[in-house]
Ligand binder design. Structure first.
Ligand code: UD1
Length: 418
């Protein structure tokens, strides 16, 4: 077990290059079983979620080689349609394997997926979408078993624009007979990236990034060599840290339109932000004014995955911020830890009221989930004195080289064995 030791109060200066987006790499890895030719994914980050997804692929019979930061996946000998529970409980994205394994083997069996404990996270939209494509689903004893001798294109209207359900349906529809239309689809940039990846394999997917996605089933998909988009949540975290601590950061790999909602708020907070192509420059004097309201929404709204880190920034902004979390029910578990640092946060259900305080002080903190853990690091970087953050396994799920990248910006952070 490791912990971070952070001496707060340093301003941050320098450059950060985005890792490939975790939320793209995971569905791309799942999609690699759609072909028996070689799939090469470049810039694969060394994070626990990716390692777990690769373990799942190995379990179904894929061979994976790591070559520098590339993952080369050979699914020619994939044999199994079953994902063992010990792997699904580690990773919610194991659910993507339903769509791709179904396409490959016409059947799939997984246990209910795990992931961050941030709310109920049902998968009813995934399952009802798959049913529309002709999949028979049996839910029994904690397992979901899917069968479809033939997958057939269909019109699917999602009750809510779920990212995972949209991706899973695309993966199941890509070789189905006929045309699938997904309405009220999620619009996240990672879905457009999945579309581009699949089309580079010979698929016919159109419209991702908008609310209606059309998938024209093809008979065969071939190998691909692909570089995923940069991680907007990772870059957002470094931007928030710099905004909060003060300093100047230049990020590359994520175009401003992918995190426009965050940049809009940071400008309101008083940061100076310049953007060009995939570069974002943010300048902050570390004395921020609060914004009245931040409400998480599906893309292009304010991302739920940035809510915790942004709330950490609000704790020392001048004034009161009302935060509303619309996506997940229990995504404020980090708030208790922030209070131990002197933050003034009141949480009621999906709402948090954050009254800015003059300063935070260092404390011994426990990361409870991925983004909540990152929020504690953001707060500790700003706080007066020394903080320790334990339970880094959560943070390791999503940030490659976190302490290294922060150290390069001038942060006083060390990772030590407990
Ligand atoms: C994905 C992201 C996650 C992000 C989330 C929202 C990946 C690997 N993970 O998660 O980082 O926080 O999008 O942007 O891409 N819902 C249902 N039924 C379903 C599916 C979802 O009710 O079948 C609800 C969820 O409970 C939640 C909302 O829909 O309230 C959004 O969830 P969804 O977009 O599906 O998130 P994930 O795909 O799990």
């Amino acid at each position: 077990m490791d912990k971070y030791i952070i001496d707060g109060g340093e301003k941050l200066y320098g450059e950060v290059v985005a890792q490939s987006a975790k939320n793209t790499v995971l569905p791309l890895l799942a999609a690699s079983v759609l072909t028996d030719e070689q799939v090469k994914i470049r810039g694969v980050p060394t994070i626990a979620d990716v390692e777990n997804m690769m373990r799942i692929l190995t379990e179904v019979g894929c061979k994976i080689r790591r070559q520098k930061d590339c993952a080369i996946i050979d699914s020619a000998n994939a044999v199994s349609h079953e994902i063992p529970p010990r792997l699904t409980k580690e990773l919610r994205s194991s659910v993507f394997m339903l769509g791709s394994v179904l396409t490959r083997f016409h059947r799939a069996k997984i246990s209910y997926p795990g992931g961050c404990d941030i709310g109920l996270r049902p998968i009813d939209l995934h399952l009802s979408g798959l049913k529309r494509l002709g999949v028979e689903i049996i839910e029994e004893g904690g397992y979901i078993e899917c069968k479809a001798d033939k997958l057939t294109g269909a019109e699917i209207l999602l009750d809510f624009p779920s990212v995972g359900a949209t991706e899973n349906i695309i993966l199941a529809a890509v070789k189905a007979q006929g045309i699938t239309v997904i309405r009220n689809a999620a619009k996240e940039p990672e879905i457009a990236d999945l579309q581009n990846f699949l089309n580079a394999m010979g698929a016919k997917v159109y419209g991702a990034g908008g609310g209606t996605i059309v998938v024209e089933g093809v008979r065969r998909l071939h190998g691909v060599d692909y570089t995923p988009i940069g991680d907007r949540i990772e870059i957002g975290t470094y931007l928030i840290a710099t905004a909060s601590c003060g300093g100047e950061i230049e990020t590359s790999g994520v175009p401003a339109e992918n995190i426009a909602a965050l940049l809009h708020k940071l400008r309101e907070n008083g940061c100076k932000i310049y953007t060009k192509n995939d570069k974002i420059i943010l300048r902050s004097n570390g004395v921020l004014k609060s914004v009245d309201l931040v409400e998480t929404m599906p893309f292009p709204g304010f991302p739920t995955d940035m809510q915790a880190q942004y709330s950490a920034l609000c704790t020392t902004a001048r004034g009161t911020t009302l935060v509303v979390e619309n996506l997940f029910e229990t995504r404020y578990k980090y708030a208790g830890e922030l209070k131990r640092m002197g933050a003034d946060v009141t949480v009621r259900g999906r709402t948090a009221v954050i009254r800015g305080v003059e300063k935070l002080h260092g404390a011994r903190l426990t990361a409870g989930d991925l983004r909540g853990g990152a929020a504690l690091v953001v707060a500790a970087l700003k706080a007066e004195g020394r903080s320790e953050v334990i339970d880094l396994s959560h943070i390791d799920r999503g940030y490659a080289d976190f302490e290294y990248k922060l150290k390069k910006l001038g942060a006083k952070i060390r990772r030590v064995r407990i």
